[in-house]
Design a protein around this ligand. Structure first.
Ligand code: ZN
Length: 155
């Protein structure tokens, strides 16, 4: 997921705009976003600006009680969150950001290759589950142990 995140920032993910630029799509092929059908499927549109993706980011930021403004690009988005938004946002980005980007890409591929439309709310649930499962192997075990210890609960 970290490598994929890096590819997104570098503009190396084969969205329709990139494929068209590389002449991998036939001239006149549909280069529109599969979710909205209005805008060209660029990296920034797919992962940030499409209403489908925007719902996901908004739900996740609300989950962490973090306010945000839609950035202009994935590069700006990543650098802002990594460098200057405080420890809460840094934790958000290190845990949830790469998982979310990967989940958006998988959902996009399901739509493009299999015609399966994923509900954004279901995708948010999958992201939360993945983050929870991943974080259990790191910090959350200590938090759960602390909570259980504070309330004298056995684990
Ligand atoms: Zn769209």
């Amino acid at each position: 997921m970290a490598i994929f995140h890096w590819l997104v920032i570098q503009g190396g993910v084969p969205v329709k705009e990139v494929l068209s630029y590389r002449r991998c799509l036939r001239p006149g092929s549909d280069d529109k976003c599969g979710w909205c059908g209005i805008h060209v499927e660029s990296i920034d549109h797919l992962f940030l600006h499409c209403s489908w993706s925007h719902h996901i980011w908004s739900a996740l930021f609300n989950w962490w009680n973090v306010s945000w403004i839609i950035p202009s690009s994935m590069l700006e988005f990543s650098s802002d969150w990594i460098n200057g938004m405080g420890i809460k946002a840094a934790n958000f980005w290190s845990l949830i950001g790469p998982v979310t980007i990967w989940a958006i890409w998988l959902a996009r591929n399901e739509l493009v290759f299999n015609g399966v439309y994923s509900c954004w709310a279901a995708t948010v649930s999958r992201i939360k589950l993945k983050v929870f499962n991943g974080s259990l192997t790191r910090k959350s075990v200590r938090v759960i142990n602390f909570i259980c210890g504070a309330f004298n609960l056995g684990v």
